[in-house]
Write a protein of this length. Structure first.
Lengths: 368, 204, 484
């Protein structure tokens, strides 16, 4: 048997396996990714200037020393209930005594019952007996707790109790605007914020399907270095690169990660100063200066710095030119690069990657 | 061959050949087992090959639980669309006293959403009374070109904002409103009487 | 040769080794000499770039010489300049030898070699002007990859005609690897060219494509050519039979299947499934490691490869060791804690450099040492064969320094990144600064390689009128005169 041609076919086949898995599969998934976020907003392409900045970033090979991908870390889940289920006993069973023993749980039900009672009482032609039952229920819940302070219920906001009904129930008549917003923002956590998905998934499913409660899952970052230390707000995901002409996630972190550089409130002048000479003002950095992205001319005697001059403050409260005795202004390329950097941000949650809360900020020095 | 200046041995062996030693069965079994364990791990951790599951999350169910609920999404979408309305009705839904009726706590907004849907679809003019105050303005048919989903979203936003605590509006309800308009044969901008005539009960 | 192996013995070649060598002379020497030039270019430019890790302001005012551009240039010069030229030259020679046929259509090879080098040059110029597509590890502008693909097609045409010019039953394993290398290159570069540069896919889709291309170029393209050389020269020089065809086949197919999957970092902004699948492939890479390692260990049993008198065998021994260590690192990447510790550090680049120089370049140096002198008729010699040993020594030390710096010190950098340490910059720079020593050694060994190639050509290509021959004649005349 002559095997010569078979080697070719075999090689093609073997190569095609990883091609399908690493090129075709992910690429077609990414191609199918939607820009729409489902809530009427969508991910937009960069502005024209920032897109040209992407080109400057690429041409100069900035991606050799900077990554722009934040990674995931360890975290726990906080389950924040925004609206309790109708069945109090069932909900109590699902969330457990630890949380149902909380006073806010009772209040929430009381308020919910009051709202239902109010609806029942104001509906025309309502069943009198049923209305009465609802009122009794509300009264029972309300009596079970102290009523001096305004009821803070969850997810039910702005319900005004009509005079008679309120009097009968012994409830405050009006909620102040402050109370209303407290009510609207109030959440009722039924987990410690350290639980893993596997620990809570049954509870979450039961709350949703059996109790009919509404809730939010909030990841709470624990050992998540990029979020806790390095300025990212969440991990980078595929959709962060949707509108890149050339995706440059980077390879090495000689310099800092840039996935959220635009979200860190960096002021434009500071960004220019950093690019012009990152050691200016005595800062510790190892980034080469990119002075060729700026126009530099010598300052005239006693000249005031123009408004677009790149400056540093040296602690005496005055702004000095980043290059003493010279006036440094950004060129078009520097402005484009800065616009690109400012467009790099991951401080907006996506449906597949919500912003985690940070449990506590740790001082890196202490870990040393 | 002449080799007097050479310190290289140019004598060479023939072209190499490959022997016939077989791979031991035991090693093949071990390797297959390793491969199988790996397969099992991948099967467990592949998150159903979903495109939207990124580390540190591990499964589509988890990501689905993290995403905003349907109601939140509709509300958010409505908020975006409300940008078309806030020029007159104001961002706080308060309207302009004497000219534009408020949406806050309005009996036109509460109750059956088909009435509001009909107004958004065709506009409204003439005298009406909202919360005891008379208005005599004109609203254009802002939603004529919007989809049922978009109208449902913006009505949901209005009905659930600024203290309004109504149920959300579904696209089906808007479709029903469209059917009612079609059945009534009415065309153009509504007034209070034509709304009543078409079966959209207006509040007094 | 063992008795039962007799039916595996290759049939008598139709052409004598001398005939085959002669047919390869022009094209293969051209490729080898270009490779030597590019090696100096790659290491020199790399050194300039790495100097910025010590002195950030060095050459900072030249927009064409940023660290990113120099790094890209260095890798392109290595990959397409040095590795492509040397690897393709060796492919042609080995395929002819293994087929026992003279190289077919050497004219095509010369044309292809010119185009290929034009492509590599275009890439360098393009990167300097800012045309790199933004992927570390695949830096080819569109025009450069077109030239490279056409050039490679010309060369592959000649190789494939040679391959099919004669049929016999058993193919020596090296020829599988060589054929795979020839097929893989256009596939990989074609895909990357098409999906990343020519008609770029959406940004999000570029990340897996780029990773696949970069990994495949190293593991499959370089891997196949380098392993072909190792599998050929170790049995050939020791005069033994390769231990097992079956092991070789297993290693070969696993390498082709897994080579493009491996090494995806656990922090990549890609869906969980592609990362898990890549980790699985990295884990399975242990199969390739075992297959290749065991096969060659059994083949060279009892022969101290590194301690051998034969320089080629020493080079192949080191190259094999380097390949195995790289494969072990890939296997380690299957463990995500280990990977997430090292993913943003110098470790990945260090292993890439170790693979490039310790494995691939070393295999090529050894092969060229063996092949180049044989391409001449008559007076064959490395003009200064003592110095050639330094290529081996310097490259070996350099590769080890880079690997140790990369793995040892990057570990500290990884820890600093995970702990949010304020000293992260210092720890990031440390391994790169030490690796600089390795790069200096690579540069020196490349210079010696170029010098040796130049000497060889000068001595031999112009016969008795070559400068070296003239010098020797003068000396001889002087010595005679002095004796008298």
């Amino acid at each position: 048997m002559n095997k010569s041609p078979w080697i070719f076919l075999g090689v093609l086949f073997a190569l095609s396996l990883s091609w399908w898995g690493m090129v075709f599969g992910p690429a077609s998934q990414a191609n199918a990714a939607k820009t729409d976020l489902g809530d009427g907003t969508s991910l937009h392409p960069r502005s024209g200037l920032a897109q040209q900045g992407e080109q400057i970033y690429r041409e100069n090979g900035c991606y050799y020393c900077h990554t722009r991908m934040a990674t995931g870390g360890t975290f726990g889940y906080e389950i924040q209930i925004t609206q309790l289920g109708a069945d109090k006993a069932l909900t109590r069973e699902i969330i457990g005594e630890e949380y149902a023993g909380n006073k806010i749980f009772e209040k929430a039900y009381a308020f919910q019952a009051v709202a239902a009672a109010q609806d029942a009482a104001t509906t025309e032609g309502a069943d009198v007996e049923a209305t009465k039952a609802t009122l009794e229920q509300a009264k029972a819940y309300a009596n079970a707790i102290e009523t001096e302070e305004p009821l803070i219920a969850l997810g039910i906001s702005g319900v005004t109790i009509e005079g008679d009904l309120a009097g009968e129930l012994g409830l405050p008549i009006e909620m102040s605007d402050a109370d209303k917003s407290t009510v609207a923002d109030a959440t009722f956590a039924v987990s410690k914020g350290i639980e893993q998905w596997d620990e809570i998934k049954d509870r979450v499913r039961a709350l949703k399907d059996r109790a009919g409660a509404q809730f939010k899952l909030l990841p709470v970052a624990d050992d998540w270095p990029d979020v806790v230390y390095w300025g990212a707000r969440r991990q980078s995901v595929t959709r962060d690169f949707l509108h890149d002409v050339h995706a440059m996630p980077g390879v090495m972190r000689v310099g800092p990660d840039l996935s959220n550089v635009g979200g860190r409130q960096l002021d434009l002048n500071a960004l220019y100063a950093k690019i012009y000479n990152s050691q200016a003002g005595g800062k510790s950095s190892h980034m080469p200066p990119y002075k060729y992205l700026f126009n530099v001319r010598s300052a005239k005697e006693g000249e005031e710095l123009p408004t677009n001059a790149v400056t540093v403050s040296t602690g005496d409260g005055f702004k000095h030119s980043v290059e003493p005795d010279f006036v440094v202004t950004p060129t078009y390329k520097a402005r484009a690069l800065a616009a690109y950097l400012q467009s790099l941000r991951n401080d907006r949650g996506l449906p597949e990657a919500p912003l985690p809360a940070v449990r506590k900020t740790r001082n890196p020095e202490e870990d040393e | 061959m002449e080799e007097k200046h050479s310190n290289l041995n140019l004598q060479e062996h023939g072209e190499p050949a490959a022997g016939n030693s077989q791979m031991p069965v035991s090693i093949m079994v071990v390797l297959t087992l390793l491969g199988y364990i790996g397969c099992y791990k991948v099967d467990e951790l592949n998150a159903n090959f979903a495109a939207n599951v990124h580390a540190p999350f591990g499964s589509p169910a988890e990501v689905a639980s993290l995403a905003p609920s349907e109601a939140e999404l509709i509300f958010g979408k409505g908020k975006q669309i409300y940008a078309n309305c806030q020029g007159c009705h104001q961002p706080n839904g308060g309207g302009t006293p004497g000219q534009i009726p408020p949406l806050v706590d309005s009996s036109w907004v509460k109750g059956d959403p088909k009435l509001a849907a009909a107004i958004v679809l065709n506009g409204l003019q003439g005298a009406i009374v909202v919360n005891g105050t008379s208005y005599n303005g004109a609203m254009t048919a802002v939603g004529a070109a919007w989809s049922d989903e978009e109208i449902a979203a913006v009505l949901t936003y209005i009905r659930q904002s600024w203290g309004n605590g109504e149920e959300l509006v579904t696209a089906e309800q808007v479709t029903e409103a469209r059917t009612m308009i079609k059945d009534s044969g009415h065309q153009g901008t509504w007034n209070k009487d034509s709304l009543d005539a078409a079966g959209f009960a207006t509040p007094e | 040769m063992s008795e039962e192996g007799t039916h595996n013995a290759p049939p008598a070649p139709e052409a004598s080794p001398e005939e085959i060598n002669a047919s390869c002379r022009g094209p293969v020497l051209f490729l080898f000499f270009s490779a030597a030039l590019w090696a100096v270019q790659a290491t020199g430019v790399g050194l300039l770039g790495s100097l910025k890790m010590h002195v950030p302001g060095f050459l900072a005012d030249f927009s064409h010489l940023t660290y990113g551009r120099l790094q890209a240039n260095s890798w392109v010069a290595f990959l397409y300049g040095f590795a492509g030229n040397a690897g393709l030259g060796l492919t042609l020679w080995m395929l002819s030898r293994l087929r026992g046929m003279p190289l077919a259509r050497p004219g095509f090879v010369l044309a292809g070699a010119f185009l290929w080098n034009a492509g590599a040059t275009a890439a360098m110029v393009g990167i300097t002007m800012g045309d790199q597509p933004g992927v570390a590890g695949y830096e080819l502008p569109a025009y450069a990859s077109r030239l490279l693909l056409i050039g490679q097609a010309f060369i592959a045409f000649s190789a494939i005609i040679t391959y099919f010019s004669r049929r016999h039953q058993q193919l020596y394993p090296s020829s599988w690897f060589l054929i795979a290398g020839l097929v893989a290159f256009p596939w990989i570069v074609g895909t990357a060219h098409w999906l990343l540069v020519e008609t770029p896919v959406r940004g999000a889709a570029q990340i897996p494509v780029a990773h696949w291309a970069v990994t495949s170029l190293q593991q499959i393209w370089l891997g196949c050519m380098g392993l072909a050389a190792i599998l050929y020269f170790i049995p050939k020089i020791t005069g033994r039979e390769l231990y097992s065809r079956q092991w070789a086949a297993f290693g070969f197919w696993m390498l082709l299947i897994l080579g493009g999957w491996v090494n995806l970092n656990s922090g990549s902004p890609l869906p969980v499934w592609s990362i898990k699948l890549s980790q699985y492939a990295s884990g399975l890479f242990i199969f390739v490691l075992i297959a290749i390692g065991w096969n060659l260990r059994q083949t060279a049993k009892g022969v101290p490869l590194l301690g051998s008198n034969d320089l080629t065998l020493q080079c192949m021994g080191f190259a094999l060791g380097a390949w195995l260590i790289t494969a072990l690192f890939i296997f380690g990447n299957a463990y995500s804690d280990w990977n997430s510790l090292l993913q943003f550090t110098y470790a990945g680049t260090a292993v890439r450099q170790f693979f490039a120089w310790g494995f691939f370049a070393m295999a090529m140096f050894g092969a060229v040492y063996y092949v180049a002198p044989r391409l001449f008729i008559g007076e064959v010699d490395w003009a200064c064969s003592g110095t050639y040993k330094w290529i081996f020594r310097l490259t070996a030390i350099g590769a080890v320094v880079i690997l140790l710096a990369g793995l040892g010190l990057s570990y500290l950098h990884g820890h600093a990144l995970q702990a949010g340490s304020a000293e992260v910059l210092k720890k990031a720079l440390m391994p790169m600064r030490i690796a600089f020593l390795g790069e200096i050694l690579f540069f020196m060994s490349s210079l010696i390689f170029l010098g040796s190639m130049a000497c060889l050509l000068f001595r031999n290509c112009c016969g008795e009128y070559s400068p070296m021959a003239l010098i020797r004649k003068c000396r001889a005349a002087k010595a005679e005169g002095g004796a008298e």
